[in-house]
Unconditional design. Structure first.
Length: 561
């Protein structure tokens, strides 16, 4: 709970014109509708920086302010207050000197807590104001690098070879801490990879893999056994692949962990995908679609029948987009059914089926079964074959709204792809409403963002990569400021933090339907769609680069233009 009202914060920001009035009005209304803290909402939407709003509030309340992201916090000082108490009271002890103890607090007016800390430390306490957003981020300081922690631990137990006393290794804590460390660093996947003499643990963060920890090979079997037990897999089977699921809690948050274990040359390799309930909170607006695309997608989703397809390579966010659509459509008056492989999130009020090839429950078979369940909306995890494609299209023809994914490079290619799957052109033209193609780009870290203009050399390089005149006036591009991250502690010196989608949304208009009936190729379809106003993924990415959300390098890396 903020120590200052949303209305007061609104007035403070309005007074100095930091945010456009219409944008600020919408933000206040949306935060209230979502029951979110207004300050947190403004920061997360990147409408204002945490240090800016923190300083403004502190000035208004005549309080001292501290930007925790710029403080070097000694671990001994930090642990003056246990983590569990710090989280509950929303405070961080960030400095101790000859004057006394300095504490960042979401509520510096909590004199009872100040007196309690003074009694505990036997010293004077100086309260500083900090936003809850900054305090929540600072809790990561409690997590020492597990690389250091377990390097010491492994050395302590002197595990040098198989047959040494490995039973003394606290493998339960090790595995739990790997989960915790991955979660606090916003990793989407954990890779545990056995090599000749050691085990490599790597995290996928914002789409890229990073080496995190090296452990002695001697404890591999202990780690594998622990994860198999948690995932309810056979511990006596090491020669075949196994898939399972772990449901655990990390920092009070329920996390579903999808586990895949396969035998490799040096043992068993484990890949685990972390699926936090926070991932379910995405709305279509949060994904990064522009206003035109949002309007088209929402219009298509309001129709009682037809198909909405999401396309892109593995890991491009297709399923997240479909879940956001289901969240938009989900209410007690309709029956939503899904067939997925795997079920990534449990959706309340939605009937979800997991594909199981062992029992012949394929996409096609599951889809047939779903049609006998009186569905209004059907989500098919992926259209992989002609049989599934045929049933999905016929379902869309007979009064169902069908959501699904395809593996194609862009939106226009999806239409000829369906024709290749032996779907008649008139069926494709009459059922497909919208195709969403997408990729995920890393976002610039807002804590170390800097702007720059292109040098003549960079401008020439850009022109050789893409026909820039289709996006901007070539004569004015040298005046446009682009952005990048310098690299800081918050983003592990990568310059990036988080991800945002880039999209192209193809609406199947009458003109596009004519091209489908004529069996036009993807280039002809794309040309017509662009002429009708469709934004290409590269163009959408370019607009995000100009607005400071991502970098030009990231656009080229992902779109490979």
């Amino acid at each position: 709970m903020s120590i200052i009202s949303d209305e007061k914060i609104y007035k403070i920001i309005s007074k100095i014109s930091l945010i456009e009035p219409s944008v600020l009005d919408t933000a206040l209304q949306t935060a209230k509708e979502k029951n979110e803290d207004f300050v947190d909402f403004l920061i997360k939407q990147e409408l204002i920086k945490s240090d800016e709003i923190g300083q403004l509030i502190a000035n208004d309340l005549h309080l001292k302010y501290v930007d925790l992201s710029k403080e070097k916090i000694d671990l001994t000082t930090l642990n003056t207050i246990p983590e569990i108490v710090a989280r509950r009271q929303k405070l961080i002890v960030f400095k101790r000197d000859e004057e006394g103890v300095k504490v960042a607090m979401a509520n510096p007016y909590d004199y009872g807590m100040i007196k309690m800390i003074e009694k505990k430390v036997g010293d004077r306490v100086f309260p500083y104001f900090s936003t809850e957003y900054d305090i929540n981020n600072a809790f990561s300081f409690y997590r020492k690098s597990i690389q250091q922690e377990y390097a010491v631990n492994i050395q302590k137990h002197a595990i040098k070879a198989q047959g040494t006393n490995v039973e003394s290794v606290p493998v339960v804590k090790l595995v739990d801490d790997v989960f915790s460390y991955a979660y606090t660093n916003h990793a989407s996947d954990i890779h545990i990879e056995p090599e000749d003499k050691e085990i490599k643990i790597r995290f996928r963060i914002d789409g890229l893999l990073y080496d995190v920890l090296s452990l002695n090979k001697a404890i591999l079997e202990l780690i594998v056994a622990r994860i198999k037990i948690l995932a309810k897999l056979r511990t006596d089977e090491s020669r075949s692949a196994q898939d399972g699921k772990i449901i655990t809690r990390v920092e009070g948050e329920k996390v579903d962990i999808r586990v895949s274990i396969v035998p490799v040359t040096h043992g068993e390799k484990i890949v685990m995908r972390l699926l936090s309930s926070k991932g379910r909170q995405f709305s279509l607006e949060d994904l990064g679609m522009n206003e035109r695309d949002l309007k088209i997608v929402k219009k298509a989703s309001s129709r009682p029948y037809g198909m909405i397809l999401s396309t892109g390579p593995t890991g491009s966010g297709k399923t997240t987009t479909l879940y956001a659509l289901i969240k938009l459509l989900n209410n007690r008056n309709i029956n939503i059914c899904t067939i997925e492989d795997p079920v990534e999130y449990d959706l309340e009020g939605v009937n979800q089926i997991q594909v199981n090839t062992a029992t012949n429950l394929t996409f096609a078979q599951g889809l047939r079964s779903l049609l006998r369940q009186d569905p209004d909306i059907i989500m098919v995890g992926e259209i992989r074959d002609e049989e599934t494609a045929g049933i999905a299209v016929n379902s869309a023809m007979t009064g169902h709204l069908v959501l699904s994914t395809l593996h194609t490079n862009d939106a226009a290619t999806s239409l000829p792809r369906l024709l290749d799957m032996k779907i008649e052109p008139f069926l494709v033209a009459s059922t497909v409403n919208v195709i969403i193609a997408q990729r995920l780009l890393r976002k610039i870290c807002m804590k170390c963002i800097v702007s720059y203009t292109l040098t003549d050399r960079e401008l020439e390089d850009l022109k050789t990569e893409v026909e820039i005149s289709q996006f901007l006036d070539v004569n004015k591009i040298s005046d446009i400021r682009f952005y990048k991250g310098k690299g800081c502690k918050s983003c592990n010196n990568s310059g990036y933090s988080g991800r945002v989608g880039i999209f192209e949304v193809l609406e199947v208009s009458d003109d596009i339907k004519e091209l489908i009936l004529a069996r036009a190729n993807n280039e002809q379809i794309k040309k017509k769609a662009m002429a009708s106003g469709m934004t290409s993924m590269f163009e959408d990415g370019f607009e995000k680069a100009v607005s400071g959300k991502t970098t030009l390098e990231e656009i080229f890396r992902v779109t490979k233009q």
